[in-house]
Each structure stands twice: as structure tokens, then as C-alpha cells.
Design a protein around this ligand. Structure first.
Ligand code: ING
Length: 301
């Protein structure tokens, strides 16, 4: 029987001028709060170390690369890894990865309770566009600054549970969860930075954005009998609003905890991974019920 208190560490806004060191200090404050709740794992947002820089067009690639990490851990994040090891807490967080070969990914890592990196994921579904778009109120240049992830969707047995990662836009695609579900996933962690307004200026309100975020996370959890933890970077970043709405969802799709603010805020829930078994052996017993001979269109188009 594996039970773990899981914490979601929503981050409030990170301004362009904020240093990584200042952000890491905020992340450690949240980690200390999570330790007080007895958490065994803490989940941080996508691109947790910096502002959501894909909203800015930067013609100078040297400037772009100031938003990327060349190694992990590194000088700025080592205090976070050291605190996690002291507390015996596993973690996931997202960051912009620049590889030694010069490739750029929107990346997330998973550690064990000794702060050793046991898994890495690179965001597959990149929203937005790759050239400056004069029609937009603000840019969303993930397709410019990142390559689609090249590691696929994987799971790791970590601290007694089968864990997988996704990032932000991935949560909107059912393929993400099914690829993990087919590997027996019991916990999917998903950090996100979601603009509160549509850059293409159609009146898509905050309520609709929050509804679609919940819908995506809850359906992924239910349809694959897994816990899902969605954690936002929220609030106003240099005048650009991001939604909050961090939630912890159980394998039946019910929300166990929800953030109420758009600031640094901890949510947590006591997760019993044995609760995944019922769905996986009855309604979502994939081996018994799926008919793959009819699904070819999903992988061929
Ligand atoms: N952000 C957004 C997300 O998928 C988006 C992009 C917003 C797509 C709203 C569709 C609707 O949550 C990132 N970073 O993927």
C-alpha cells in the first residue's frame, strides 16, 4: 500500500527583473510549508525559474538563451536540491533546457527523496507560433524558442508509485494521458503557465480558461484512473495575466484540493495510490476493453 501526501506549489508571478535566486527562495519557502504538511513530493509549475519569456519576441538569440539552464542542478537551483535532500522530499519542476548540443526544450524533471534526478520530460505539444505575429496583443513564441520534446511520454517507479510528467498544453491532449495510462501511471504531474486572456483577442474570459484547465486535468485523471496534479504559475507578469487554478485530482476525477489565489500558494492532499487499481481493473481495464484495431487514425494522421 502506497500513500503519500502530495503538495502543489503554485507560484505567483515572476517578473522579467526577478532573479532565479529570488524565485528559488520562494520555492524553498513553499517546500518548507509542504514539509510541515508531511508531503513526500512537491510539484512546481512549468518554467518555474523565470518569467514566461515566450510572450516576448527577442531577435537576439544571446538574449533568448539568458532564459535557459545549461545544466541541472546549477548554481541557482542547488539550494533547492539541498533543501529537498534535507527534508527527504521528491519534487518536479519545469525549466527551459539548453543542451550542450545547443538544442532548446521546455523541460521538467522528477527527483527522488534524495534529490537525485530520476526522470526528465520535454514538452511535446508546443502551442503558439514561431514568428512575430503583428495580429496578436502579445506573443506566444514557444514554437520559436523550443523544439518539440524528443523523449516521448514515459513513467518512472519513484518512491513507491508509478509517476509520469507532462507540461501545460500537453494537458489539453488526451493522447498525453493515454500514453502514460498504458504504462500504468498512478500520478501525472503537470506544471502550466496559461495566459488569462487570448492573445488573438477573442473574448475568451478567465472563467472559460479555468473551466478548460479543470476539464482537461479531471478527464485525464478519470479516463486513465490516475492522480493528476496541475500546478500554475499565476498572476500578473509585467502586465500580462496568467491563470491560477492549481488542483489535485483523484483517480475518479474528483478535485481534492484547489488553489484560491494567484499568488505563491500551497495545496496538498493525502494520495493513496491503491485507489488507482479499481479503475484500472474494471471500467478502464485497457487490455480487456480497448479495440486497438480501430484506433489507427490516432497515430497515422
Ligand atoms: N500555455 C497555454 C496552455 O496550453 C493556451 C496555451 C492557452 C492554449 C489557452 C490554449 C488556450 O495552457 C502553454 N504554456 O502551453
Amino acid at each position: 500500500m502506497t500513500r503519500m501526501i502530495i503538495a502543489g506549489a503554485q507560484l505567483g508571478p515572476i517578473q522579467k527583473a526577478d532573479s532565479r535566486e529570488a524565485v528559488v527562495a520562494r520555492m524553498i519557502d513553499l517546500m518548507n510549508m509542504a514539509a510541515d504538511k508531511g508531503a513526500g513530493l512537491i510539484v512546481y509549475p512549468e518554467l518555474a525559474l523565470t518569467t514566461f519569456f515566450p510572450r516576448w519576441y527577442m531577435p537576439d538569440w544571446n538574449e533568448v538563451d539568458t532564459w535557459f539552464e545549461r545544466e541541472m542542478p546549477n548554481g541557482a537551483t542547488m539550494p533547492l536540491f539541498e533543501r529537498a535532500r534535507e527534508l527527504g522530499m521528491a519534487m518536479t519542476f519545469g525549466y527551459a533546457e539548453l543542451t550542450p548540443e545547443g538544442r532548446r526544450f521546455n523541460t521538467s524533471i522528477l527527483t527522488n527523496r534524495k534529490a537525485e534526478i530520476v526522470g526528465k520530460y520535454r514538452k511535446v505539444h508546443l502551442p503558439g507560433h514561431d514568428e512575430y505575429d503583428t495580429e496578436r496583443a502579445f506573443q506566444h513564441l514557444e514554437k520559436r524558442y523550443f523544439e518539440p520534446g524528443d523523449l516521448g511520454f514515459n513513467v518512472w517507479r519513484n518512491e513507491g508509485a508509478i509517476m509520469g510528467m507532462a507540461i501545460c498544453n500537453d494537458r489539453r491532449w488526451p493522447e498525453t494521458y493515454r500514453c502514460l495510462g498504458l504504462q500504468g501511471v498512478e500520478l501525472v504531474t503537470i506544471g502550466y503557465n496559461t495566459p488569462a486572456v487570448n492573445s488573438q483577442m477573442n473574448a475568451e474570459g478567465l472563467e472559460k480558461r479555468l473551466f478548460h484547465s479543470d476539464l482537461s486535468l479531471q478527464s485525464g485523471a478519470y479516463q486513465n484512473a490516475t492522480y493528476v496534479v496541475g500546478v500554475a504559475k499565476a498572476g500578473l507578469e509585467d502586465g500580462h495575466p496568467l491563470i491560477g487554478g492549481s488542483i489535485i485530482v483523484d483517480p475518479d476525477g474528483f478535485v481534492l484540493a484547489r488553489a484560491e489565489t494567484e499568488e505563491d500558494e500551497l495545496i496538498w492532499a493525502d494520495c493513496d495510490f491503491d485507489k488507482c487499481a479499481f479503475g484500472k481493473t474494471t471500467i478502464f481495464d485497457f487490455a480487456r476493453h480497448r479495440r486497438v484495431e480501430h484506433y489507427g487514425r490516432i497515430t497515422s494522421q
